[in-house]
Design a protein around this ligand. Structure first.
Ligand code: NAD
Length: 290
């Protein structure tokens, strides 16, 4: 039997409607409309599309979108000045600086300049530390989206063996932090799973991925995960976004659908969830500091 499709478009639509309702309630009880500031530097076409989609989703949820488009030649100081002005602006609850930044800009310095309470991407070391310590302020958007794609489709993680492919700061590492920790009142989304992270330095990687009840691929290598690497019936989440001959493909080969029990498609899986969780974090930021 082919795998169940974990439809991120459908779930994102449902959660965005829930967020829009929560925004209405927040405003009705005297709160200001939550504001998300996006900062886009340069002309990268993919970044333009991502930011446009984030701004549109924000407005559709009843939030305010504030946008700064800066030239690729902007200096580090000018960019840091924009971030400082957004940090000080009470109409701005969340700040998103679209990555990657042009060469010559110190990305880490820019991330650290964002006020942690407005860091809705959750990349600031303070937010990374809070997550690691089990008291997250915000969960980073893509891992948070993966987490909800599992839980809202009834795929339990507690006691399961989760294998994550990739150890990046934006996906693999924080996802491991979320799925391995114990759920508490401060961290209800923690997964209580046994988590293994595999990466370029891993030996005999397929022997480990085959043990996974839940396999999550976030490496950026088109169609890397093949059926022989998947335990029959496992849930497979594909975070990868790769362009091959003008077509978007994931890190998981299409044929895995005949081995896995559930698979998230690309496109239409994790991608729409990522933007949705940005909205969730912006609303959370507005509530924390209202
Ligand atoms: P990255 O390049 O920062 O990290 C890739 C990781 O994969 C590294 O830890 C590396 O060790 C590992 N890796 C690479 N090749 C490998 C191999 N052959 N075998 C084992 N491990 C290998 O990537 P990232 O930023 O985490 O992104 C990963 C993928 O997810 C990309 O395709 C990216 O476009 C996509 N992505 C999607 C979303 C979304 O919203 N759906 C968000 C972020 C990233």
């Amino acid at each position: 039997m082919p795998a169940i499709k974990l439809d991120g478009n459908l779930l994102a639509k449902t959660i965005r409607a829930e967020i829009a309702e929560q925004v209405k309630t927040f405003i009705a009880s005297g709160g200001k409309p939550p504001g998300l500031a996006t900062v886009l530097v340069g002309d990268d076409p993919a970044s333009h599309v991502y930011v446009r989609n984030k701004r549109k989703a924000c407005e559709q949820a009843g939030m305010v979108s504030i946008h700064h488009a800066l030239s690729a030649n902007v200096t580090q100081k000018e960019l840091l000045d924009v971030v400082a002005s957004l940090n000080a602006d009470p109409a701005v609850n969340g700040i998103l600086v679209q990555l990657p930044l042009p060469k010559g800009i110190d990305e880490e310095a820019v991330i650290r300049a964002i006020l942690p309470g407005k860091d809705v991407d959750a990349f600031h070391p303070e937010n990374v530390g809070l997550l690691a310590a089990g008291h997250p302020r915000f969960l980073p958007c893509t891992p948070y989206g993966v987490r909800l794609l599992l839980s809202r489709n009834g795929i339990a993680t507690a006691g399961k063996h989760v294998v994550i492919l990739g150890r990046s700061n934006i996906v693999g590492k924080p996802l491991a932090m979320i799925l391995m920790q114990k759920p508490t009142a401060a961290f209800p989304d923690a997964g209580d799973a046994t988590v293994t992270v595999v990466h370029r330095g891993t030996r005999d990687l397929p022997s480990i991925t085959r043990q996974a009840d839940i396999l999550i691929a976030a490496i950026g290598v088109p169609r890397f995960v093949t059926p022989e690497m998947v335990k029959p019936g496992a849930a497979v989440i594909d975070v990868g976004i790769n362009s091959v001959d003008g077509k978007l493909v994931g890190d998981v080969h299409e044929s895995v659908i005949d081995t896995a029990g559930a698979v998230s498609p690309v496109p239409g899986g994790v991608g729409p969830m990522t933007i949705t969780m940005l909205l969730q974090n912006t609303l959370a930021a507005a509530k924390i500091y209202a």
